[in-house]
Design a protein around this ligand. Structure first.
Ligand code: ATP
Ligand code: MG
Length: 395
């Protein structure tokens, strides 16, 4: 067993000692077999939540109505979920009813893909009821059971398919892919936040272009905010050099770029996807700069306001989309900017009061901004006597 499983092993053994079954399940098993790093270890058990709580001293009811209890041991915590079945997905989203069951197989049956429906017992044996190991070996994403029915139960699974495809660089099996193509409109039933979570995970993956290609081809894109009738434009993203996006903002900016959105349109798209305000602001700013840089318009003040992080992001996008991008010219401009922020100015508000012989007030802020811009644009050097002189002669 890998180290992450070893650490949790005493917890599983404790449950088994009390007469119940306990297994490692889900993504951690999949990633372990693939030799990938494991983030969170999921544990499933035949014990009901109340039974888990009676076995361990310190527990937290994390999601007890879904059967999840967190067990605390020392500084570590383990999420333990009772085997369950789900039924009555009337709205193509969450089940109406969760039923706790004692059978591992029933629990594995409700899981989305065969590669996510594997379990490992305390001895390290893999329980593989749906040929998940074979699919791992063949790098295939295949729905557990009837794909069509599984996407009717929960349409988000279609987004999860392309997300795993991008993360693992797997292929979606034909019937599963066909069921996605046939049922893509059901995506409209899903809360945009949940779609976004999968979409962003996909875009930030190593093989994002593989996932995105099927996201477009299987028409999932048609049912996402701002992507209707944009298959062709989105496909442009598949043509750029296969670099990874460093963060969400980089990915959104690239999308805004290929969709040729103006500021207002891009703002609306980001709002419709319900991205955070910070992500929205950074992405809008990046796209603005991208358009300026595209025309080799390296305005010093704009570059300065953009900040180093955003600058790196914009440059990377320029290089993605513009082969002839003049990086040298930009570097030369950037090197000319002598301060990083107004804190680096060789003059303070207090100095300005004294020089101008005025009391603190709005005039100080105004003078400060004026000086800041003059320094950035190279119209005055950043030393006290020059700044003093500049201040007195620009009143
Ligand atoms: P990640 O590496 O992103 O954590 P994961 O496979 O662990 O991937 P989670 O969303 O953490 O994915 O879910 C844990 C497990 O629960 C999955 O492996 C799968 O077995 C099951 N699961 C999660 N979401 C669904 C769903 N919408 N439908 C069916 N099964 C699901
Ligand atoms: Mg997980």
């Amino acid at each position: 067993l890998p180290a992450d499983f070893q650490a949790a092993l005493p917890v599983l053994e404790e449950i088994e000692k009390a007469g119940y079954e306990a297994y490692f399940v889900g993504g951690s098993v999949r990633d372990h077999i693939l030799g990938l790093p494991i983030h969170d270890v999921d544990i499933a058990t035949s014990a009901y939540p109340e039974e888990i709580k009676s076995i361990f001293k310190r527990t937290v009811d994390t999601g007890i109505q879904h059967g999840t209890v967190t067990v605390l041991i020392g500084d570590d915590s383990y999420e333990i979920t009772t085997f369950r079945t789900e039924s009555g997905y009337q709205d193509y989203r969450r089940p109406d009813k969760v039923t706790f069951v004692r059978s591992l197989e029933d629990d594995l049956k409700r899981r989305d893909f065969t590669i996510n429906a594997l379990a490992v017992d305390i001895h390290g044996n893999v329980i593989d009821k749906f040929a998940g190991l074979k699919d791992l070996d063949k790098k295939t994403i295949r729905a557990v059971g009837q794909a069509e029915a599984r996407f009717h139960e929960d349409a988000l699974r279609m987004m999860r398919a392309v997300r795993f495809q991008a993360q693992l660089n797997f292929k979606i099996e034909d019937k599963t892919a066909q069921a996605i193509a046939d049922n893509a409109p059901l995506l409209e039933k899903i809360a945009v936040e949940r779609i976004r979570e999968e979409f962003v995970k996909m875009m930030l993956s190593n093989s994002w272009q593989t996932g995105l290609a099927d996201f477009i081809k299987l028409s999932l894109s048609e049912y996402c905010p701002g992507f209707q009738a944009q298959k062709e434009a989105l496909t442009e993203l598949l043509q750029v050099p296969g670099e990874k996006f460093a963060d969400e903002e980089e990915a959104w900016s690239a999308i805004g770029y290929v969709l040729s959105l103006n500021h207002g349109e891009f703002n609306k798209l980001l709002r419709d996807w319900k991205v955070s305000n910070k992500t929205r602001e950074v992405s809008l700013n990046t796209l603005n700069m991208l358009h300026l840089f595209e025309n080799q318009d390296f305005d010093l003040w704009n570059i300065y306001k953009l900040g180093v992080d955003n600058l790196t992001r914009t440059i990377k996008l320029c290089q993605m989309f513009k082969e002839e991008f003049d990086y040298q010219a930009l570097q030369e401009k950037v090197a000319k900017i002598s301060i990083k922020s107004s804190h680096d100015l060789a003059i303070t508000g207090k100095d300005i009061c004294e020089i101008l012989e005025v009391k603190p007030g709005p005039i100080i802020g105004k003078s400060m901004s004026q000086i800041e811009r003059a320094v950035v644009e190279g119209n005055v050097s950043n030393n006290f006597s020059d700044l003093r002189h500049y201040l007195l002669s620009n009143q």
